[in-house]
Design a protein around this ligand. Structure first.
Ligand code: FPP
Length: 224
């Protein structure tokens, strides 16, 4: 969800104004998922690198996340969204973690769309945390080193119950992946679009999903 800061600056407003506008765009996109055939949506809310921002911005974002979860929980549940969080919760404040846990429990039976919110998430950090747990299983004898393969490692990732992404959309004109779902996106299709996140609409989302539907994916093989 990139471009909130620039969106605010263009309007002569503080960066948090852009993050608040960005938060307002989320519901429309989530609720359009069943119409465009998207069962799993993952949104990148805060990266392991975002702590490097000013204390004011980080504190404002954390407070926005708490507000967003409290205010949107009911609507997300009524819509039938199953919400999950990925990322390292250790560095997050206890109040926020409690809201995240409660929302996961509240929505755990829902099926209309699987919404995953990446919060304090980094692909490298996720692989490092997964490897640590995997190594612990090897050390305790629960896993044999010779059994570690491409099927085993993803079971230790935060995304272990989620399918790999088919399409990754990055807003705001930047053509880089910035540590997002590094392992999982090995065969994802990418869309880099100029729209700043607060201007992103369900119509643009539908257009990108339709365009994805026309792509020829071979996963390294040849078309038969
Ligand atoms: C990146 O834009 C955006 C963020 C770091 C925050 C994203 C958070 C929200 C949209 C709030 C929604 C919250 C939830 C829990 C769904 P940027 O600040 O890097 O923009 P810039 O590149 O223009 O500076």
């Amino acid at each position: 969800m990139d471009g909130n800061g620039r969106w605010a600056t263009q309007r002569g407003r503080p960066r948090l104004f852009g993050h608040r506008a960005g938060a307002k765009r989320v519901r429309e996109v989530v609720e359009s998922c069943p119409d465009v055939g998207v069962e799993y949506l993952t949104i990148f809310a805060f990266s392991t690198e975002n702590w490097r921002r000013t204390q004011t911005e980080v504190a404002g974002l954390m407070s926005l996340f708490r507000m967003y979860i409290s205010r949107e929980a009911r609507a997300l549940d009524e819509f039938g969204a199953r919400v999950r969080f990925i990322g390292d919760r250790v560095k997050l404040d206890a109040k926020l973690v409690k809201l995240m846990d409660d929302l996961e429990v509240l929505t755990q039976e829902n099926t209309s769309v699987h919404l995953t919110i990446a919060l304090n998430y980094g692909g490298r950090d996720e692989v490092a945390r997964a490897t640590k747990r995997l190594a612990q299983d090897v050390a305790t004898g629960n896993l044999k080193p010779e059994d570690v393969d491409e099927e085993t490692l993803p079971k230790y990732l935060d995304t272990c119950v989620l399918p790999d992404p088919d399409l990754v959309i990055r807003t705001s004109g930047e053509a880089r992946i910035s540590n997002f779902l590094l392992w999982q996106s090995a065969y994802a299709e990418y869309e880099f679009i100029d729209t700043l996140w607060p201007d992103f609409t369900k119509e643009e989302f539908a257009r990108l999903c339709a365009s994805y539907g026309g792509r020829d994916r071979r996963f390294g093989g040849v078309k038969t």
